[in-house]
Design a binder for this molecule. Sequence first.
Ligand code: PLP
Length: 371
Amino acid sequence: MSDSPKPRDGVMDIAAYVGGESKIPGVNRIIKLSSNEGPFGPSVHASKAHATEAINLHRYPDGGAVALREAIGKRYNLDPVRIVCGAGSDELISLLCSAYTSPGDEVLYSQHGFMMYPISAKAAGATPVTAPETNKTADVDALLRAVTDKTKIVFLANPNNPTGTYLPKAEVARLRDGLRDNILLVIDAAYAEYVKLDDYSAGIELVDAGNNTVMTRTFSKIYGLGGVRLGWCYAPENVVDVLNRVRGPFNVSSSAIAAGVAAIEDVAFEEMSRAHNDKWREWTAVELQKLGLDVTPSLGNFLLVCFGDDPDRNAEAADQFLKARGIVIRRMNGYGFPNCLRITIGLEEDMRAVVDTLAAFLGRNDTDANQ
Ligand SMILES: *Cc1c(COP(=O)(O)O)cnc(C)c1O
């Protein structure tokens, strides 16, 4: 048994992505705030459209996802020909890495960038490279300094997960200007629907300005459709052509297409979700700061919350304390924040429960702490 099939170099270096936990042994009812899922579930229109597809499951989906690309195009005033859909934006990230890098090439992203970038880079045989951040925010100068002859792709999550910080559109434009024309800039705007700021852009105008910038989006966050796996990108024609060659011919299911069309047309649901997120993200941040916790200002549907050094009151102890009370949040060790937790913005009652529980945790006397 000395010989067995061997994967490409780098594959065995991949640490598989670990998603947010959804179960606690012995606890029946949990509050799950670990995966940045929209707290209202999907739009009822999306659920209904998805269910309607049940009788057609013997049919292959429309491999071009035309109805969905047209619905997205209409909603955002984009040419559907320049939209490609994927099984989650994760699939598009991975396809871009495999199509645009070869072994030895570099994929650059910022220090606390989204974990799928190094995973997809390594799976393609490329080398992930990080640039330091300033105040937990991507730093354009640091990114530009980290570019080498081998750099093929730069990923920028804007706003970023897990920090929630963002770069204003002028900074993203400066990043594009500073990159060689043959470097693909991928702006991952998974949380764009949550942001309404004059100096923010999801990147559409940069995609339009050249042939080397792509914007990716997802249905998994504000639309509450993480379970169907659906994402899309807006790209220049040359990149669309490449993605349509390398993607699976039926990479998006018929149920996902139906749910996506209904979701993107339900503007009222999106607005309600955004308003809720604005209100409860602000409320939660203020309440947690009053408890003395360090909360990074966030534009996403989550907060990065950092703890002090006292081993009885650090992030690990807080995680245990929350878990024992049925609240699941995300540890951040894998992102280089061992003393921080990421908390998704849930329903009002969820956020009140988080704040009350963390207040109890921090206010414990040492007798409680030793129990
Ligand atoms: C959640 C997330 C994604 C992936 O979303 P899917 O469409 O579910 O694959 C991509 N990028 C960032 C930054 C995210 O937080």
